[in-house]
Design a protein around this ligand. Structure first.
Ligand code: AR6
Length: 331
């Protein structure tokens, strides 16, 4: 089907184009860095007449621990039919999740440059295309099924039309620079209205929001550590994968969380990311719940890191055979 079919009537387009609310004091997507307290000072989130939807509460749980977190502060305006920004954000989330794919494609910031799962080669395909040979010491057993479930893809994560993309966010969940800024910019102003209802997020954890105008259906906002803290970084991947499984999301892309503004060294961060995904796929029936985990790299140095690490964590039989032969030669 042509991507240009089904142009949206102007009235429908307008109904999707929720205007930025004047009640978001100081929220300027792309300008915020670490403002973990911002959400608590926002006027609508401190009022006592607040409600949170059951769905919102479910989405806001810290994955894995089964605990509800103190979140979803959505203010009602008593005696008024006007929606609060939080309500607008949640309504927009629902609307963007309900419209047809054809309608949604009309509002992508990247226009026709979205990428579906078919445009992203699996790891074995990538390895063949890029002629990545043997010689790296395997850190896991060969498993063809797992190898088909991961991808290394260099590009802009905001173009991926998949179930969920992960965001490298800060504790405020109100936007920032780097990939966070790119995601909020592509998702449109209703994303921050929804994330403002999430009550922030602790370092080492993640929370789910809708994708709004993004090609991805959902965003997994992960707050990575500042500097090299492997447990906290692993916590981000852990929460994201747990949320994905809980919500039936079968394709997830990760940027290199914490390796930009937060300064985590690239190679050790890659080890945590790839190592955790391998471990997750090996656990219980997890692999049956996931079609693809995409390691979305942006910079050349991360291409090199991932091309080196992926053969170690997702090796072939030949890798293992080659390694055994090399060990025998040196013995
Ligand atoms: N698509 C994919 N990856 C990207 C994109 C993109 N469009 N843009 C950048 N990257 P960073 P952090 C890569 O700094 O280190 C924000 O202000 C980038 O090259 O975005 O976790 C937040 O609000 C790098 O490899 O995230 C936080 O305050 C990776 O994304 C803070 O920065 C992560 O870099 C988080 O810092």
């Amino acid at each position: 089907m042509s991507k240009l079919n089904g142009l949206l009537p102007y009235s429908r387009y307008l109904s999707l184009s929720l205007k930025a609310s004047p009640r978001l004091p100081g929220v300027a997507v792309g300008n915020l860095r670490q403002l973990p307290c911002f959400v608590h000072s926002a006027r609508w989130s401190t009022m006592s007449d607040t409600v949170g939807s059951d769905k919102g509460r479910r989405d806001n749980r810290h994955a894995g621990d089964g605990q509800g977190s103190p979140v979803a502060q959505v203010r009602h305006y008593p005696g008024s039919h006007r929606s609060s920004p939080g309500e607008e954000g949640l309504k927009a989330r629902k609307r963007f999740l309900e419209i047809s794919l054809e309608e949604k494609r009309q509002v992508y910031k990247c226009r026709d440059n979205y990428k579906t799962l078919n445009d992203v080669p699996t790891w074995p395909q990538y390895r063949k295309e890029h002629n990545i040979g043997l010689g790296i010491k395997p850190k896991a057993d060969p498993n063809e099924k797992f190898n088909e479930k991961v991808s290394l893809w260099r590009g802009d994560i905001t173009q991926l039309e998949i179930d969920a993309i992960s965001n490298a966010a800060n504790e405020s969940l109100l936007g920032g620079g780097g990939v966070d800024g790119a995601i909020h910019s592509a998702a449109g102003p209703t994303l921050v209205k929804e994330t403002a209802t999430l009550g922030g997020c602790e370092t080492g954890h993640a929370k789910l929001s809708g994708g709004h105008r993004l090609p991805a259906k959902y965003v997994l906002h992960a707050v990575g550590p500042i500097g090299q803290k492997p447990d906290k970084l692993e916590g981000c991947y852990k929460d994201c994968m747990a949320l994905a499984k809980e919500h039936g999301l079968r394709s997830v892309a990760f940027p290199c969380i914490s390796t930009g503004i937060f300064g985590y060294p690239n190679y050790p961060a890659g080890q945590v990311a790839i190592g955790y995904i391998r471990k997750w796929l090996e656990t219980g029936d997890n692999a049956d719940h996931m079609d693809r985990v995409i390691f979305c790299v942006f910079l050349e140095k991360d291409v090199q890191v991932y091309e080196e690490l992926l053969p170690a964590f997702f090796p072939t039989e030949d890798d293992v055979k080659g390694d055994k032969e090399a060990s025998a030669d040196t013995a």
